[in-house]
Design a protein around this ligand. Structure first.
Ligand code: AHR
Length: 359
């Protein structure tokens, strides 16, 4: 974040505060100062003006995403001192670029971008930098030539999530004396960090263990698309051992398609691998329909707030912040996940865990 940027924003807030006093005197008449429009939504009866945040969300493709939007909206509420401009891009990068340009025009204090894909952000982020608006990247990552175009990133290690799932698959194959696994792969949105990382882990493990990926297609992280893809797979392949779904919405779509085709899911049928650990996903782990569900925690609104507070106090922030995640199964038959000597213990899903899950 540039210092000039902060100075300019602080000046903007001073101007806004003066404007508020004026507002009170003028009985609610909205005033504009030079090029700065004072927010109509600013908190009354308080001295500190709201911090304005433009948040560009990917869409509402999954339960995970809905949980993430709730986390952002509840954190950045007016009551808590923020003026949040929330834009849902319906999974379209052009919509996100348009939203960012709008935030720049409105001269928000911060832009938070949850990018649909990794590439294609250089131009618009240069525009944000030129306007001296700090950009925080959330969830998936961006690949830009100059990483000073954004201030920091907060999200999960998607590649490691995939490695955790693959470690479980390796142990499963070993215990069940399976020389190979016939896997169908339902990918997430192509080009999204979550897809890239989880896919890379599967492809590496497949090579290492001599597994067989029968086919790979995108399910766009949605239940509906995944259902379609799974129906197609079931018509083509009679010997599927596992479906590697890249999130719970896809897992639910695949389970549905398998059961509608009169086949079984679980230990005596087709095994489902999944990510996210949403409430619905965890319930299916408990029912034995999802074999392993690697958590991806969407509740990072407060983490972003902490970063913004640090920036407000002109403190340095890290370039990246990783959100930790657990591994959920129905029982402890495989109790430890190991990746290059690092170990994680597996959590068995209980009623309490399902009930307390907020997304
Ligand atoms: O980028 C995170 C992924 O995006 C989550 O796993 C998925 O559910 C969401 O749509």
């Amino acid at each position: 974040m540039s210092e000039t940027g902060n100075g300019r924003k602080n000046w903007t807030r001073v101007v806004a505060a003066v404007g508020l006093v004026f507002l009170a005197v003028a009985g609610g008449i909205v005033l504009a100062n030079a090029n700065k429009v004072i927010n109509k939504t600013e908190k009354k009866d308080e001295e500190t003006p709201l911090i304005s945040i433009g948040f560009s969300q990917v869409g509402a493709e999954s339960e995970w995403r809905t949980g993430n939007s709730i986390s952002i909206k509840t954190t950045f509420s007016q009551k808590r001192g923020y003026d949040l401009i929330f834009k849902d891009a319906q999974q379209q990068q052009e919509q996100q670029i348009k939203a960012i340009r709008g935030f720049i025009q409105q001269d928000v204090n911060y832009i938070v971008l949850a990018p649909v894909v990794e590439t294609g952000w250089d131009t618009v982020l240069k525009e944000a930098k030129k306007a001296k608006i700090p950009v925080i990247i959330a969830d998936r990552q961006v690949k830009v030539k100059d990483d000073s175009l954004y201030t920091t990133w907060v999200g999960a290690d998607f590649y490691q999530e995939g490695q955790k799932a693959c470690s479980w698959m390796e142990q499963y194959a070993e215990r069940n004396k399976k020389k190979t696994l016939n896997i169908v792969h339902i990918m997430g949105t192509e080009g999204a960090t979550a897809q890239i990382g989880r896919t890379k882990a599967l492809e590496e493990a497949t090579k290492k263990n001599g597994w067989n990926i029968l086919e790979q297609q995108t399910g766009a992280f949605t239940q509906a698309k995944s259902h379609e893809v799974m129906e197609e797979y079931l018509k083509k392949y009679k010997d599927i051992d596992m479906v590697y779904c890249e999130n719970d919405s896809e897992a639910l779509g695949a389970i549905n398609a398998i059961e509608q085709a009169g086949k079984k899911v679980g230990t005596d049928g087709i095994q489902i691998i999944s990510f996210d650990a949403t409430r619905e996903g965890l319930a299916e782990v408990q029912n034995g329909k999802i074999a392993v569900d690697v958590e991806c925690n969407p509740d990072f609104g407060k983490k972003i707030e902490k970063i913004i507070k640090q920036l407000e106090y002109k403190r340095d922030v890290n370039k990246e912040y990783y959100i930790g995640d657990k591994i959920y199964t129905q029982n402890k038959s495989i109790s430890t996940i190991e990746i290059e000597k690092a170990k994680w213990s597996v959590t068995v899903v209980t009623d309490k865990i399902v009930k307390e899950r907020v997304y």
